[in-house]
Design a protein around this ligand. Sequence first.
Ligand code: SF4
Length: 431
Amino acid sequence: MSQPTAAPSRTAEIDAALAEHSSLPPEAIFKEDLLRGGVAFSEDALRIASGFKPKSYFIFSFDLTPIDQMEQAENLRAPEEMCLIGGPRGFRRTIVSVRVNPASPHRVELVEGRLTLMLEGESVCDVQLQEIPEYYRRSLENGQPVTQVAPTIEWGYLIYLTVYRKCQYFGFQEECRFCDINENFRQQVAAGRPYQTVKPIDQVLEALEIIASSDNHAKAYTVTGGSITRHLKGQQEADFYADYVRAIEERFPNRWIGKVVAQALPVEEARRFHDAGAQIYHPNYEVWDPRLFAELCPGKEAYVGRDEWIRRILDAAEIFRPSHVIPNFVAGIETALPHGFETIEAALDSTTEGLDFFMSRGITPRFTVWCPEPLSVLGKDQGPAPLAYHAGLLERYRDTLRHHGLAPPPGYGEAGIGNAVFSVSAFMDVL
Ligand code: SF4
């Protein structure tokens, strides 16, 4: 009988990915690894981090540990994002969203007075954190902190307005299997965070007034929230979200690039976002493969259906123009058990087919890196997609975009290593 082979260390896995994907910036490989598997913090690092811009839990948990298992209260002390820079590998500035995982081999520690990213005991690079913006210290008249109403991500580039904090796809039969929006709402409220189910429009405008008076870094806002399959406050989904965009554009005409993340709606309903002033529409398709779409997005499959979802994305391009319809997919769920592809190559081939389908029509999808959130169905008992998948996807994405002669999607700031700020995947870093 053969001896069990030890799992390769994370360092060995990263080194293998670096060697195999030498056309990618090394920073992007580390970024994907941090996003898929999370990062731990020493107590000293958390003490320092709590003086910088904090994680706001702007929609999902994006953590690999539930709050009630965070022994160092990371949910209150971890930063929103970190900037990887310098160190023995000479990293160029790379912005990474923080996904808390106290068991991660990536660990931010205080070394000789500097925040340092360590991997299995070796120094990787310095870690810089974002100063707390002036508007984060302010509250609305009713006492709601601006951080809760209008947090910013992407190093201050994007104002993230989750105006409806729940999703009407509810329970096992409907909720997307990778998503913890409803469970995260419950855990945040239990932990004392002042989450509101629906953010009133006047409060959103008041928070934006405060941001507008003291900030010129933010260049875009996103209006989003869960799907509305029935009614919310007496409105259907298109009208509910369009009202926020219209109110923002009336008060602050063209101050920021307006974006809406919503379901793929019938074309006349999607038009309402455009008419309200939104420039970019994100009708997220989550996963390309039809079988996996049905398995992983049972609510979307039942209410809309995958083929109709795709058709509506194409229809929306007639209104917004193709470059401004940017559907998201969740990179890595194609490999998740029990339904996922059995090989990395098969997962990449399927996802690339989807990229090719959209990009050949001038539509540029974008992706976030899946981290298995333990309060979601898929995240309960499995690890993330392999690093080799994520590295391969970055190459496939870059090459497909080039093949179709497309520019990086608008509304994400600058592309390129050292310049990109999009923090939940490295796709902008590698363009
Ligand atoms: S539609 Fe799916 S991914 Fe979006 S919030 Fe609802 S359950 Fe989550």
